[in-house]
Design a protein around this ligand. Structure first.
Ligand code: SAM
Length: 264
């Protein structure tokens, strides 16, 4: 996959892209990131890329000319690849969107600064707008790196275990189960017995249930869209029943299956 990044701060990217999985993906030729400084396309002698907003008010707005010139110089007019603006007003970035972008052989990311980009960039150049969450950062560089990172680990051949992304949180609509590693006992806290048993079917069952429990506790909104088996539904019903019992009679909580200790 090739990604063209348009930014006023290309130097932000290289350190992160030179580490770990991102670096490996680039070395293997699975990811090519080309950084373009929008300022290089400013035409006045001060290399101006921003100006005051029409209508007054504080802050500065990124001018349209250098952004159009940069994107069209690199990708042609009109660009034949998705041109994505990072903006808090975009569609929410999710694992599903990451999978969608990972199918693209070539795409462009535009990182804004100041109060954002002139609206005509959004209207006439950009084909997609992505937000990494409901908060406002000072620039689109971190959002662009977030998108790059999430997408890169989904590219075939990037992760050592090719199934890993399919097991991650959100990929099957659930949060992932908890993980443990050595030692088996740390400060008296034990790893769940089943994980030491070597019994693969039991381990798979435990992991599925813990994924369901975690999602039910932390992100019940995800359950509505997850694909669930009859057994999953029965387990969730058990968790619900335990919760209702403990709410109506807190003393019963100790004797009935709680969300922490459901009946097998
Ligand atoms: N005035 C804008 C607004 O209220 O929508 C926010 C501008 S923000 C200070 C500057 C730039 O940071 C944006 O143009 C965008 O590229 C980036 N940015 C900030 N928060 C973001 C988010 N949650 N997701 C994606 N990009 C974001």
């Amino acid at each position: 996959m090739r990604v063209e990044v348009f930014t006023l701060f290309p130097e932000v990217f290289e350190p992160y892209l030179s580490l770990s999985i991102m670096a490996r993906a680039r070395q293997k030729g699975l990811l090519e990131v080309r950084l373009h400084n929008i300022r290089d396309w400013a035409t006045d002698r001060h290399k101006t890329v921003d100006d005051e907003p029409y209508g007054g008010g504080g802050g500065m707005v990124m001018k349209p000319e250098p952004i159009f010139a940069a994107v069209e110089a690199v990708l042609g007019r009109p660009p034949q690849v998705p041109v994505i603006l990072l903006t808090p007003q975009g569609r929410p970035f999710t694992q599903e969107v990451a999978w969608e972008l990972a199918q693209q052989p070539h795409l462009a990311l535009i990182a804004g600064r100041y109060e954002g980009v002139d609206e005509r960039v959004r209207q006439h150049l950009v084909t997609d707008e992505i937000s990494i969450g409901d908060y406002v950062l000072t620039g689109g560089e971190l959002p662009a790196l977030v998108v790059l990172d999430a997408v890169t680990r989904l590219l075939p051949g990037v992760l050592g275990d090719p199934d890993a992304p399919r097991k991650d949180s959100f990929s099957d609509g659930l949060l992932e189960h908890p993980h443990y590693t050595r030692p088996a006992v740390f400060r008296g806290w034990k790893v769940p017995e089943v994980l030491l048993s070597g019994h693969h079917a039991e381990i798979a069952r435990w992991r599925r249930r813990e994924a369901l429990r975690r999602t039910w506790e932390r992100r019940p909104d995800l359950l509505a869209r997850a694909s669930l088996t009859e057994e999953d539904r029965a387990f969730l019903a058990q968790l619900e029943a335990a919760r209702r019992a403990s709410e109506s009679d807190p003393s019963a909580a100790a004797s009935s299956p709680t969300p922490e200790e459901p009946a097998a």
